[in-house]
Ligand binder design. Structure first.
Ligand code: NAP
Length: 276
């Protein structure tokens, strides 16, 4: 088993994930894994880094596929005995003018952004080593979507006692409500992406609380963040930040020094803790 520290970034064949891997290759003292659902796109990205003189390893990972997540989990367990840095970056968004029915958009978006990210956490968080760092890439859109929720939902999402099961129930209810076209009546905002990212932010708050309760002595720091509005295939060419600039906050959180005792369980934007 290798004693070399290891970092893993999900959805990193392009966009912000690729820029996070690029930065980690330069700054992280250990092996860096670029992961992608499509091995061809993943290997191509690794080759691109190689041309820049950077070395990343590749492992396949489709966060929609539990078998794929478990294969990565088993690989990390066997080769490294765990993981030191996990960046949950993979995500999708329908374009604003996409005519796919809203209920379908809701189901597909939540499947990857919330349920896929949660499945990765369920399988990989137990493997995170002491002083490990976990970064869940959410979005400022989660804060805006939160403000668009009914008072009752806002209270639930801001609660310091909400459980992971309760959050899963709420995310499932959103998808079901969109199918019945009652989501607005039920207090949800009209944004599938926004609700999926509320899920990522609240999940991070819950996971940080669980780490405090169960693994306090391990000094693991786990946070959600917004990369900013970044020029990628998802956000388009008009966004003000380059992917490298978008990677700054996630990389800052991934590399918090071992003597840091925070941020933890926070939503961070521009390297600054935001109120939720
Ligand atoms: P992007 O360029 O579209 O890249 C998304 C990445 O996620 C791609 O590598 C994609 O792989 C991967 N992915 C999607 N579904 C996946 C799955 N099921 N399993 C594994 N990988 C999957 O988007 P981006 O702008 O870099 O976004 C990265 C993260 O930042 C997302 O979570 C996004 O919501 C968040 N974010 C972005 C912005 C922004 O302005 N760009 C702002 C706030 C938050 P494929 O190439 O195979 O599709």
């Amino acid at each position: 088993m290798s004693s070399v520290p290891v970092a893993v970034v999900t959805g990193s064949n392009k966009g912000i994930g690729f820029a996070i891997v690029q930065a980690l290759c330069k700054q992280f003292q250990g092996d860096v894994y670029l992961t992608a659902r499509d091995p061809g796109r993943g290997q191509e990205a690794v080759a691109k880094l190689q041309q820049e003189g950077l070395h990343a390893f590749f492992h396949q990972l489709d966060i929609d596929d539990l078998q794929s997540i478990r294969a990565l989990r088993d690989f990390l367990k066997e080769k490294y005995g765990g993981v030191n840095v996990l960046v949950n970056n993979a995500g999708i968004a329908f374009k604003v003018h996409d005519t796919t029915p809203f209920a379908v958009q809701a189901e597909v978006t939540l499947k990857t952004n919330f349920f896929g990210t949660r499945n990765v956490c369920t399988e990989l968080l137990p493997l995170v080593k002491p002083y490990g760092r976990v970064v869940n890439v959410s979005s400022m859109v989660s804060n805006m979507a939160l403000k668009g929720c009914s008072q009752e939902l806002q209270q639930k999402f801001r609660s310091d006692t909400i459980t992971e099961d309760e959050l899963v129930e709420l995310m499932t209810k959103f998808v079901e409500d969109t199918k019945k076209s009652v989501h607005e009546k039920e207090g949800w905002p009209n944004t599938a992406y926004g609700v999926s990212k509320i899920g990522v932010t609240v999940l991070s708050r819950i996971q940080a609380r669980m780490l405090n309760e169960k693994r306090k002595g391990d000094h693991i720091l786990l946070n959600a963040c917004c990369p900013g509005w970044v020029r990628t295939d998802m956000a388009g060419p008009k966004a003000p930040k380059s992917p490298e600039e978008g990677a700054e906050t996630p990389v800052y959180l991934a590399l918090l020094p071992s003597d840091a005792d925070g941020p933890h369980g926070q939503f961070v934007s521009n390297k600054t803790v935001q109120t939720w």
